[in-house]
Ligand binder design. Structure first.
Ligand code: CTP
Length: 409
């Protein structure tokens, strides 16, 4: 049996990037031989094994053929006769279809190294189309390597286009799609992910609500970039520049969906887009079975981002409502993430990337003021039940009034 390092580990070593997990392919072996060497099978009838010590994945060389719709519809063939070249040709991109032996000798039948140098994400063969998830994968790799100058090869983009139009993307499970989306959003240039999906027509299928934002104008006074889609991408880019977590990035992507619903005769204004957008945000959240923390923050940022921008003008009672909506007493982190998302929204505008955002500290101060109301003295005064709740609210409102007065110049 011969063992090779394959896929991302080879690609990233050649790019001079850190290699985190290593995949191996085993040529000329049978399942029985693998088991005899102590490898643990990953699934009952899939030819992938875990190394008894390192836990790394070792797959028998295999060929694959699509036998139906979706990911389940695959038949594969693994046997000691399957060659390394046959295994590599079923893979997605040329840069992911290289193998290396223990002497670092490269097997590169599909010219991955040439494409690495040319900074091209290019599919290996028409078999690319057998897994529609690859449309998202390519967009994700484009986001990851954009800084290095990588782009998608035109013929690959054309194939992605065909796949997007074929209805195959609809067959992807929410879990697989979300895994790609979430990983892509955490890359350095997540906006490139959205751009590539849009360029190949996949955005229209996966997130029509985001796709609809392109071509919708906003008032130039607040939005020099004018286009709502361009704004959304800049907000996402700001979130990545400021190393924000997934929750914030997801909220940034969805915060303005309501603008896609504005009747054309109201453009470039978007009255009540915050509220109108909520049902769209909810739909996207549910489509991909998005984790609860991301869902919640996206909805809250969607509903309240304009409140964030207007923080300094808000009446104490409105400020209190905002703080209560976020349950800042039990969920301080979530409010902090809201503040940052608002800041990214304010900076994700052409020429305003470096602007200061005094609203952030103002909101933090307001939260501190509201939290400073102690419950114990109210209990001692004999308040309980709903009355206690009302009294706490009254005290918090008092604290916010004092805060507003103390901070106004
Ligand atoms: N692969 C593929 N098509 C897929 C998934 C994976 O062709 N839909 C192949 C590629 O050759 C890929 C390898 O399997 O390089 C390993 O897949 P994975 O671990 O998902 O990706 P990596 O390339 O290692 O990339 P990452 O750094 O994102 O993990």
């Amino acid at each position: 049996m011969r063992i090779y390092k394959v896929g991302g580990a080879v690609r990233d070593r050649l790019l001079g990037k850190p290699v985190t997990d290593i995949d191996w392919v085993v040529v000329g072996a049978t399942t029985e031989e693998m088991l005899a060497k102590g490898f643990r099978p990953v699934g009952a009838d899939f030819p992938v094994f875990l190394h008894p010590k390192s836990g790394e994945e070792y797959a028998l060389a295999r060929t694959e053929r699509k036998s139906g719709r979706g990911y389940g519809g695959f038949t594969f063939h693994a046997s000691p006769e399957v060659t390394l070249e046959e295994d590599l040709i079923r893979r997605d991109l040329t840069i992911n279809a290289m193998a290396e032996d223990d002497q670092q000798n490269l097997t590169d039948p599909y010219h991955g190294q040439r494409d690495l140098e040319a900074r091209l994400l290019r599919h290996v063969s028409p078999a690319f189309a057998e897994d529609p998830l690859r449309v998202l994968r390519v967009a994700r790799f484009a986001a990851r390597y954009a800084t290095l100058g990588f782009t998608v090869a035109p013929e690959t983009l054309a194939l992605m286009h065909q796949l997007s139009e074929s209805g195959e993307l609809e067959a992807l499970t929410p879990e697989r799609s979300w895994k790609e989306i979430s990983r892509a959003l955490l890359e350095d240039q997540p906006q490139v992910f959205v751009e590539v999906l849009r360029a190949c027509g996949a955005l229209k299928v996966l997130m029509p609500e985001v796709d609809a934002l392109f071509g919708i104008p906003q008032p130039p006074a607040h939005h020099p970039e004018i286009d709502t889609g361009a704004h959304t991408l800049s907000v996402l880019q700001q979130a990545a520049l400021h190393k924000q977590p997934l929750t914030v990035r997801w909220a940034c992507l969805l915060h303005d969906l309501g603008k896609g619903l504005t009747p054309e005769d109201e453009w470039p204004r978007h009255i009540a887009h915050e509220f109108k957008g909520l049902k769209l945000i909810k739909a996207v959240n549910e489509r991909f079975k998005v984790p609860r923390d991301c869902q919640e923050l996206a909805l809250l940022v969607g509903e309240y981002h304009t409140h964030g921008h207007r923080a300094l003008e808000l009446k104490p009672s409105t400020l209190l409502e905002l703080l209560q909506s976020f349950d800042i007493y039990r969920r301080p982190q979530r409010f902090e993430e809201f503040i940052t998302a608002c800041e990214m929204d304010a900076r994700g505008r052409k020429g305003l990337e470096e602007r200061s955002y005094p609203q952030a500290d103002y909101l933090r101060g307001a939260a501190t003021a509201a939290r400073s109301v102690a419950v114990q003295p109210l209990l001692e005064k004999g308040f309980k039940g709903p009355e206690l709740g009302e009294e706490i609210k009254r005290e918090r409102l008092k604290a916010l009034k004092a805060y507003k007065e103390a901070t106004s110049v």
